[in-house]
Design a protein. Structure first.
Length: 225
């Protein structure tokens, strides 16, 4: 138990250090999020009003693309420095390391989404009365999206065209959380009960944070050995 606590503490401190050093990835991802939302509003013009369901789909697609941009550098530094070889040589769990990494990344991304989603949602025409549920659904679904993006980055690590392969792998996996996230808000728009959809979305996200770190650890272990 003491060893696990020590590993968690080491993983948390290292991930926090990496987040501070690689803050440009977060800035780039959410600048993209804001700018594309603004461009979308400009393209619509003042007189054209799109259905709010379309706006929700745009919001979730923008979120996924932003997370993909942020995820691009998650493993590169540690792979180049040989950190994973050292971690494995000490008999430590890669599952634990990647679970902490994904959780920390999700916390930071979720906090930024709480700030930026209302702005972008307003830009693309989502009624402000639906913003609270949109935030809730976005935060829950973003956990699954972060995990699936981490899966794509780990599986394609070391490949020359890793970015393209990551996108090809990640996009189909993220369809369920995107559908259920936007679907929960659309249920509220139609005055239906949205809690079953949110519960299903939560189950997907919890399943992802339990399973994806193991897949990432297996992929990285094969790569470094």
């Amino acid at each position: 138990m003491t060893s696990i606590r020590n590993d968690i503490r080491v993983a948390l401190s290292r991930e926090w250090l990496l987040l501070r050093r690689q803050s440009t990835h977060l800035i780039n991802g959410f600048c993209f999020f804001l700018l594309v939302g603004l461009i979308y509003q400009i393209m619509l013009g003042p007189n054209l009003v799109m259905p709010q369901g379309v706006g929700l789909c745009v919001l979730w697609v923008l979120s996924l693309l932003s997370i993909l941009l942020i995820a691009e550098g998650w493993l590169a530094t540690d792979l180049k420095s040989g950190f994973y070889e050292i971690w494995l040589s000490q008999g430590r769990s890669l599952w634990l390391l990647f679970a902490v990494k994904l959780f920390m990344q999700w916390l930071v991304i979720a906090m930024l989404m709480l700030c930026f989603v209302p702005i972008v949602g307003f830009q693309i025409g989502i009624d402000m009365q639906y913003i609270p549920l949109t935030l809730m659904a976005m935060v829950i679904s973003s956990l699954a999206m972060v995990c699936f993006c981490g899966f794509g980055v780990a599986v394609t690590a070391g490949q020359t065209s890793g970015g393209l392969l990551t996108a090809i792998l990640v996009l189909p996996l993220n369809i369920p959380p995107m559908i259920f996230g936007a679907g929960a808000v659309m249920e509220q728009m139609q005055a239906y009960d949205y809690w079953p959809v949110l519960m299903l979305l939560t189950a997907i996200s919890l399943g992802a944070i339990m399973l994806i770190p193991a897949v990432m650890g297996f992929s990285v272990k094969i790569l470094v050995e």
